[in-house]
Design a protein around this ligand. Structure first.
Ligand code: AMP
Length: 371
């Protein structure tokens, strides 16, 4: 099955391919043909990582009236992170779209005034956390009268976070709704109640299994930094990680040692693990890392090979490895049970093609970040 066979336009397919999204996942194969018709409700039982954002996002994008500047679809998400991620994905899908479609994300924790002024511009798709959307509705600064499609993403999470009353209220404001699409990893009693209250009796339901998760729990990120900037940028990143443990990979022993000294000089609980250490020193470093006296291990690939720590919040590739398979070994040490781990890669300004190569060979997507 291809996206073309699922009736996705060539211009959107071009955007997908650029993100390494080539072959539709199971939820996409099952949901897109139903959703693209845009004429009713839908329940998708699928967890994060199965490609569900594209499963509902592509049918929405195909059906948006670009000449109408009003909000036509809303996607409700339990967290700001997910809301941002969904909006970003939809924006990327439309990179080559023949019609200009505007996606906006609104969520708590950020100045509402900024979001209100953003909403003055044409916005056809709104991704929102329920609480913030209610706030905007109460201030009467948002018009949902032209919304035809509402997506409840990770509906089970939204229920467990206590958003049921907000969801009810938002649904009551979408008077011209034709499509209510619910995605949830589980169909609990609470979810069933939403289905019974709001959806057509013969609502189509599709389910995909856990094993269909596309990417594991690793967020692949990269940033571009010149050699003189690297240490500063690294320090900023480490600050975001607070007490979490991670490994920083360097290509050579000298680089690992040098970086360890630089971090220790900044009072960071770090140490180097490299091939020159005797067995005893090596064990000492590892013990300190395992019992969390050390937060950060700075390692070469060879030195890290034998160590069995996987349960890490992040991995940094301070220098890219020579061999591509080392990238997999390195990043595979993060992505803790149920939590997303970060694999952050530093590249020099001329090394962009290396990221593309990793994306193509390993079938992963990288996100560019700044610190
Ligand atoms: P989601 O379940 O929507 O959070 O998607 C998880 C990840 O899978 C995202 O990084 C998507 O970009 C990626 N993805 C979505 N659809 C596909 C696909 N058909 N092939 C490969 N990756 C995909």
């Amino acid at each position: 099955m291809t996206f073309e066979q699922l009736n996705i336009s060539a211009s959107l397919i071009k955007g997908l391919n650029e993100l390494n999204i080539i072959k539709p996942t199971e939820i996409q194969v099952k949901a897109i043909p139903v959703l693209i018709k845009y004429d009713g409700d839908f329940v998708g039982q699928a967890q994060t990582g199965t490609g569900k954002t594209a499963a509902f996002g592509l049918p929405i994008l195909e059906n948006i009236e670009a000449e109408n500047p009003k909000i036509q679809a809303i996607v409700l998400s339990p967290t700001r992170e997910l809301a941002q991620q969904i909006a970003k994905q939809l924006f990327k899908f439309t990179k080559y779209a023949s019609k200009k479609i505007f996606v906006e994300a609104v969520y708590g924790g950020e100045k509402i005034e900024v979001q209100i002024s953003a909403l003055q511009r044409p916005t056809q798709i709104l991704v929102a956390t329920p609480g913030r959307l209610i706030d905007l509705l109460n201030r009467k600064v948002i018009d949902l009268s032209r919304v035809t499609t509402v997506v409840l993403d990770e509906a089970d999470e939204m229920l467990s976070m206590g958003f049921k009353p907000d969801m009810d209220e938002i649904l009551s404001h979408t008077v011209n709704r034709k499509n209510l699409w619910l995605f949830s990893a589980t169909i609990s009693d609470g979810i069933q109640q939403i289905i019974d209250t709001y959806m057509q009796a013969d609502v189509p339901c599709v389910k995909v299994e856990k094993k269909d998760v596309v990417n594991t729990a690793i967020a692949h990120q990269y940033l571009v930094a010149d050699i003189p900037q690297k240490l500063n940028v690294l320090l900023k990143f480490l600050k975001t990680q607070q007490e979490a443990r991670g490994i920083i990979f360097c290509k050579t022993k000298a680089a690992a040692q040098n970086l360890a000294q630089q971090l220790i000089a900044k009072n960071i609980a770090a140490d180097a693990l490299h091939g020159d250490l005797g067995q005893r020193d090596r064990e000492k470093v590892m013990r300190a890392f395992k019992n969390e006296k050390l937060k950060i291990l700075i390692a070469t690939d060879v030195a890290a090979r034998g160590i069995d720590v996987h349960d890490l919040a992040y991995i940094v590739q301070y220098q890219l490895p020579e061999q591509i398979e080392y990238y997999t070994h390195r990043s595979g040490r993060t992505g803790r049970a149920g939590k997303k781990g970060i694999s952050l890669t530093f590249i020099l300004p001329h090394e962009g093609a290396k990221i593309t190569k990793l994306e193509n060979e390993l079938h992963i997507n990288f996100e560019k970040v700044d610190f």
